[in-house]
Design a protein around this ligand. Structure first.
Ligand SMILES: [Zn+2]
Ligand SMILES: [Zn+2]
Length: 392
């Protein structure tokens, strides 16, 4: 089969590789009909996530048709159309039982690698996302092996198009969880979202669905800000305005009640902190560039929430903890408990409350993936979200 593979830092290729097969009785094999490139895939491209190996198949946002099931699989059958959460969960461990699917104790066989790196804890495994997250082959391919087939894959029985349900695999639930974590008081709270990439777009729309009185989206890329404006959000271009001042002015001086950092560890931005991050990151003195998080803490109203769907990897410097403490902020973060949100969010799509396909700017076959990874990374050609058809 054909698959998009990691060939080294900043090197993505399309190769012919062996078809996947059932390895455990609880596996399924899915023929992929649509798959997407995610902002977090760019951290692999850039080499910020360690333990990638040449030939690793990328991709954690995919859906398709079940073509084979293991002997122990009960809920799925050949022919079922499914979306597959980007994270793997066993369904039976303590975190899974509590709905904390992304914290699954059993789905990352390489948890010791992650624990050594992150100081003693590992989340669950992820599709197509390095060996510290389990070394699972990803879904930017014609076929993919799906472990825990009775737990993850979620059947789509309506006639919604792939475009409308594909993002249930990650970015829609990720944006939604980020907004839900803010405990928005409907009709009162103002929510600011740093980053108008795909997750930021869904976070902004989710904040609106959850009743935010006003939503403000911050970025520097005009077409991304335009897409956010289309939802009714106010936007701030941080290259044209003093973002902290603009947020105060937009909220009568108190700051947004909740701030979502949908940027993560490769923030751009400016100011002394940003320069220090970049220099220290080059010298490997810090792992993450945290401008967005710093602005989130500094702008957030007293008693507010800083919600972080953006990915962080290691230690950070120059975090304004004193400001966070003085204001009594609540921090919420982590990988998305995708499985938990699928029924509710599918319902919102089916009812017409949201059509997630608004975010798609590029459609292509697998062969164009290497160029589109770069266009997405460099924010060229208006690229916001790429969907690949492995059979085109
Ligand atoms: Zn993703
Ligand atoms: Zn589990």
């Amino acid at each position: 089969m054909k698959a998009v593979v990691w060939q080294g830092t900043n090197k993505i290729g399309v190769e012919t590789v062996p078809d996947p097969s059932i390895l455990l009785a609880t596996d399924a094999v899915v023929r992929v009909t649509s798959t997407a490139i995610c902002g977090s895939d760019l951290h692999l491209l850039d080499g910020y996530i360690p333990s990638m190996e040449k030939g690793d198949i990328l991709g954690h946002e995919f859906m398709g048709e079940v073509v084979e099931v293991g002997k122990a699989v009960k809920k799925l059958k050949v022919g079922d159309r499914v979306v597959v959460p980007f994270n793997l969960a066993c369904g039976v461990c303590d975190p899974c039982q509590r709905g904390l699917f992304s914290a699954c104790d059993n789905s990352n066989p390489n948890h010791r690698m992650a624990e050594a790196m992150y100081g003693g804890v590992s989340g669950g495994g992820l599709f197509g996302y390095s060996h510290i997250y389990g070394g699972y082959a990803g879904g930017q391919a014609q076929y993919v092996r799906v472990p825990f087939a009775d737990v993850g894959p979620f059947k789509i029985e309506s006639d919604l198009r792939d475009d409308q349900v594909l993002f249930l695999t990650d970015i829609f639930p990720t944006g939604y969880q980020a907004a839900e974590n803010c405990n928005i008081v409907p009709g009162r709270d103002v929510v600011a979202v740093f980053g108008a990439g795909p997750v930021g777009q869904f976070a902004a729309r989710s904040a609106q669905m959850l009743g935010a009185a006003h939503v403000i989206v911050i970025d520097r890329v005009p077409e991304r800000l335009k897409m956010a404006e289309a939802s009714g959000a106010q936007t701030i271009n941080y290259e044209q305005e003093d973002v902290l001042l603009a947020l105060r002015e937009a909220t009568g001086g108190r700051g947004p009640d909740h701030v979502i950092d949908a940027v993560g560890l490769e923030a751009h931005g400016h100011g002394p902190g940003a320069l220090l991050d970049t220099a220290q990151q080059k010298l490997r003195l810090t792992f993450d560039r945290i401008t967005a998080l710093r602005w989130a803490i500094m702008s957030c109203a007293k008693g507010g929430t800083v919600s972080m769907p953006g990915v962080y990897g290691g230690l950070v410097n120059e975090l304004p903890m004193g400001a966070a403490f003085a204001k009594g902020l609540t921090f919420r973060m982590g990988q998305t408990h995708t499985h938990r949100y699928l029924p509710e969010l599918l319902g919102r799509i089916e009812s017409g409350e949201i059509d997630p396909s608004f975010v798609i700017t590029h459609r292509a076959g697998l062969s164009e993936a290497p160029d589109l990874y770069k266009a997405f990374r460099d924010k060229k050609h208006g690229c916001i979200k790429v969907v690949l058809n492995p059979w085109a």
